[in-house]
Design a protein around this ligand. Structure first.
Ligand SMILES: Nc1ncnc2c1ncn2[C@@H]1O[C@H](COP(=O)(O)OP(=O)(O)O)[C@@H](O)[C@H]1O
Ligand SMILES: [Mg+2]
Length: 194
């Protein structure tokens, strides 16, 4: 099928567990090729990457419009319009779980992001994995799990991979578990840049 090294990554964990710090680290590495959907104004502005703070209500349609713009920016090939990494904070607002249907544009992006017209990586941030649409987690190349404790989240992650949810309840501050290709490993905190 071709495609480059674009990846879909999900980051989950309780409030204060380190998700935004991780997202900022990724965003800095991409610089102006990264756009952050800064849903709850958690990211620094004036940074090396683009920050977009969409107005309320934050609906799947909000993200769908952005995805169409990213695709047309790629087609027009204008420098400054090329987004190679999309960081989506509170991703569960745009791709909610709980039995809701994925917005067709978001479903298309989730399936086809590695190919034109998107050719774009995505980092989905959500506090609770059960609140994010299962197709986002199901197609993710990696799931990063920071400390969490909700029973439904723990069960969901244990179902994804034996022990993943249970280990997530035991994580020290800012440590995380990286789940990939059917297994997971413990990762040290990333270096925090204020
Ligand atoms: N890797 C880290 N090393 C040291 N401190 C961290 C690290 N990650 C997060 N923190 C601290 O925890 C705070 C909350 O982290 P944040 O990423 O905003 O949490 P979340 O987005 O999961 O709610 C940060 O402001 C920082 O003070
Ligand atoms: Mg955050």
């Amino acid at each position: 099928m071709g495609g480059g090294d674009q990846k879909s990554i999900v980051v989950c964990g309780l409030k204060g567990s380190g998700k935004t710090v991780y997202g900022e680290d990724v965003a800095r590495k991409y610089g102006r090729r990264c756009l952050v959907v800064d849903t709850v104004h958690d990211f620094k502005t004036g940074a090396a990457y683009y920050v977009w703070r969409p107005e309320k209500p934050h609906t799947p349609e909000t993200l769908a419009v952005l995805l169409k713009n990213i695709a047309s920016g790629k087609k027009s090939n204008q420098p400054g319009n090329i987004i190679d990494m999309l960081v989506i904070d509170e991703g569960n607002r745009y791709a909610p779980g709980g039995g809701a249907k994925l917005h067709p544009v978001i479903a298309e992006f989730n399936d086809q992001m590695r190919h034109p017209p998107y050719s774009c990586s995505a980092l989905w941030i959500t506090r609770r994995p059960v609140q994010l649409h299962p197709d986002i987690i199901g197609l993710a190349d990696r799931v990063l799990v920071y400390h969490l404790s909700g029973v439904r989240d723990v069960n969901y992650l244990n179902d994804l991979c034996y022990g993943l949810g249970t280990q997530a309840t035991l994580l020290p501050d800012y440590y995380y578990l990286e789940y990939q290709s059917g297994r997971f490993e413990l990762k040290h905190p990333i270096v925090y840049v204020k």
